[in-house]
Design a protein around this ligand. Structure first.
Ligand code: TPP
Ligand code: SF4
Ligand code: MG
Length: 288
């Protein structure tokens, strides 16, 4: 009999090594509360993380998981979900992790509608390696790797997700942890690929996108009559970055998940199916 998680059982005893004031604390609180609110049995939740400060969240949530390698959150999540689609598979990636090293995996997981939940800690720097410019850093951003300012325009994760036909696209902010928790709950309950780009403050290295920066700019889409079923309205909102920055669900669509295209996965998860061994000698002779 699987037990409901509680505020206590969802925590681990690991010593937290994030810098004091790091936005990752808010992401952690939102995730733990979302799992508790949804009463997801801890055994059924698989947490996959990349490499970076974000990846340490793996140590602080008492569920099953896989702390992977840099940029490979999505392939690991895809494999787990296809092997056992009864599990809730949640991935936490960094902006560098997902949109530099792991970029190529993103559009394919999204367009295939793999039923996994991807939450990026978008602090707009490489945090763990001490603050270098990342693909989501604002143009002109000064760091050790771009002392004269980042030359190219940044990647906007929401635009990328929408262009890749992700079926759930949202943005949250660590300046509103309760709102972020509700977004996570909606993403987890969504059937299909769900993506939340989280505005996560790197308190130590990002001196530009700090708490005040977001507090001054962030507004909620749900308070502006945004229609999350309207793809072009979502694209339009995803363009908005400046004095005002929208958070909330930009787009949500009900679409068959990838697994439904595989007849062998229709009823039972792969791990629960019996497998037979066959003598392939005759088959191999055809290629001799
Ligand atoms: C293939 C590979 N390249 C580079 C590194 C070194 N590395 C470790 S963490 C990191 C930066 C992580 O930045 P981000 O993904 O934004 O995560 P954050 O620390 O900001 O949470 C890098 C470049 C690595 N571990 N593996
Ligand atoms: S370096 Fe930045 S992202 Fe990493 S723990 Fe410190 S404040 Fe957080
Ligand atoms: Mg980062």
């Amino acid at each position: 009999m699987m037990e409901k998680p509680t505020r206590e059982s969802i925590k681990t005893q690991e010593t937290n090594t994030w810098c004091p004031g790091c936005g990752n604390f808010g992401v952690l609180r939102a995730l733990q509360s979302a799992i508790v609110d949804l009463e997801l049995p801890r055994e059924q939740v698989i947490l996959v993380t990349g490499i970076g400060c974000h990846g340490k969240i793996f140590n602080y949530v008492n569920v099953n998981g896989f702390h992977g390698i840099h940029g490979r959150v999505l392939p690991v999540m895809t494999g787990i979900k296809l092997a056992n689609h009864d599990l809730t598979v949640i991935g936490h990636a960094g902006d560098g992790d997902q949109f530099d090293e792991g970029l190529g995996h993103f559009p394919h997981a999204a367009r295939r509608n793999i039923d996994v939940k991807l939450f990026t800690h978008d602090n707009k720097v490489y945090g763990l390696t001490t603050g270098q410019t990342s693909p989501t850093s604002i143009q002109g951003y000064v760091s050790k790797t771009t002392p004269k300012g980042a030359f190219p325009p940044r990647i906007e994760p929401l635009q990328l997700a929408l262009a890749s036909k992700a079926s759930f696209v949202a943005r949250g902010s660590v300046t509103d942890v309760n709102h972020l928790k509700e977004l996570m709950k909606a993403a987890i309950q969504h059937k299909g690929f769900a993506f939340i780009d989280i505005l996560q403050v790197c308190f130590t290295f990002n001196r530009v996108q700090n708490y005040q920066f977001y507090r001054d700019r962030v507004y909620k889409l749900e308070e502006r009559q945004h229609d999350a079923t309207d793809y072009y309205a979502a694209l339009h909102r995803a363009e908005e970055w400046g004095d005002r920055i929208p958070i909330g669900i930009f787009y949500q669509e009900d679409r068959p998940v990838y697994r439904s295209s595989m007849s062998q996965l229709e009823k039972t998860p792969l791990v629960k199916q019996s497998f037979r061994t066959e003598d392939l000698t005759e088959l191999f002779k055809e290629f001799a």
